[in-house]
Design a protein around this ligand. Structure first.
Ligand SMILES: NC(=O)c1ccc[n+]([C@@H]2O[C@H](COP(=O)([O-])OP(=O)(O)OC[C@H]3O[C@@H](n4cnc5c(N)ncnc54)[C@H](O)[C@@H]3O)[C@@H](O)[C@H]2O)c1
Length: 347
């Protein structure tokens, strides 16, 4: 397939690009190269004959029209977004601009391109979203595709809005859309402002390991390569108009997760004295911090035969090794604005 991937210089988008190129798809990576982007993430495929990079902003309609006309993709996989909840608390405007308005412009550009091509029913607009649109769970229960939307942060509200726009373009204009809502990802190339890289890098630097609140917030962790694999399956085999929840079936509280990371680090890079867990510090909670997310992945497992292949212990181990072996990559990103600082305290 010829795939136009937006946000392909980010964390998950770059995993999609690397896998899609390796699988022989023709890939056009369209990215505005914001603070969260890193072309190093796709350096391994940068010279592949089936890979092209286009620097463009999804809010720039003429640039989107030009990219679609030039490259004539069979499908758009839309991952470009502002993605950091803490930044959305400090500056929600960018999240509305990119995640809502950017998705609107991309939908309109896609509709015009698709109508111009004679409305092929093989075309796909695949919107990649998050489980955070469903809100927060108590101690039990799981998010299914039927769970009502209940976003609670500026980030999740902007993603929920974009999901609604995509469904509306499917219903109203017949654009062949498909959606996925995924749980927390982790793995190689994770930008060093997100929890897992923050913990690994602060642990190595002998700094306090900040845990929001009491660390009881539960997330369902999915290794990023598993997510990319699921996305490439959905764009090819997913039913039009349908959404699929993607999860890791790996629920962990933040405190458990950090303790596991500390134990792995202690094995592979032992401290001269004491344990990495001694560095754990509890800090003021994030305002509106959702208590628990958990995905019921029955639909994607039964209809498309997908399930995660990497356990959280194995994935965390691979991730720790990757950060130890790729110091030049993360050191270069630590100078970017806001990285390493506490953001999103709401005050
Ligand atoms: N990280 C997660 O755990 C997670 C989980 C579920 C869903 N998602 C969703 O997956 C997608 C990718 O997430 P990620 O963690 O890889 O994000 P990321 O922040 O690492 O990367 C986002 C990419 O989008 C690009 N981008 C941002 N604004 C743009 C614009 N206006 N025009 C063009 N490109 C732009 C950035 O340059 C960057 O390369 C997002 O839509 C996010 O909501 C993320």
């Amino acid at each position: 397939m010829k795939l136009l991937v937006t946000g392909g210089a980010g964390f998950i988008g770059s995993a999609v690009v690397r896998q899609a190129v390796a699988a022989g798809h023709e890939v056009i990576n369209l990215d505005a190269l914001t603070y969260a982007a890193c072309l190093e993430n796709v350096a391994s495929v940068g010279n592949a004959p089936n890979y092209t990079f286009v620097e463009a902003d999804i809010r720039d309609r003429p640039a989107l029209d030009a990219a679609l006309q030039t490259h004539q993709p069979d499908a758009i996989m839309h991952l470009a977004a502002e993605s950091h909840v803490d930044r959305s608390i400090d500056g929600p405007g960018t999240f509305i601009d990119t995640n809502v308005m950017g998705t609107f412009h991309l939908l309109e550009a896609a509709r015009s391109y698709w109508e111009g091509a004679g409305r092929p029913d093989t075309f796909r607009f695949h919107h990649i979203s998050t489980d955070e649109v469903f809100g927060s769970l108590g101690a039990t229960g799981m998010f299914t595709e039927e769970t009502p939307y209940d976003p609670r942060s500026p980030y999740s509200a902007s993603k929920a809005s974009s999901d609604h726009l995509v469904r509306a373009w499917g219903e109203t204009y017949g654009l062949p859309v498909v959606l996925t809502n995924c749980s927390n990802n982790y793995g190689p190339f994770h930008f060093p402002e997100k929890l897992i890289p923050v913990i690994i890098l602060k642990a190595l630097a002998d700094k306090p390991l900040p845990i929001y609140g009491d660390g009881s917030n539960v997330r369902d962790w999915l290794y990023v390569e598993d997510h990319a694999d699921a996305l490439l399956l959905v764009v090819q085999k997913g039913a039009v108009g349908r959404s699929y929840n993607i999860g890791g079936e790996n629920e962990r509280s933040n405190l458990e997760l950090v303790k596991t990371l500390c134990a792995i680090l202690g094995e592979v890079r032992p401290k001269p004295s004491g344990s990495y867990a001694d560095q754990i510090t509890f800090v003021t909670d994030r305002p509106g911090h959702d208590a628990r997310y958990a995905i019921d992945p029955t639909r994607i497992r039964e209809e498309l035969g997908w399930s995660p292949s990497v356990t959280v212990e194995d994935g965390l181990r691979r991730t720790v090794h990757w950060y130890l072996e790729n110091e030049a990559w993360w050191r270069a990103l630590q100078d970017r604005a806001g990285v390493g600082q506490r953001l999103g305290t709401g005050g």
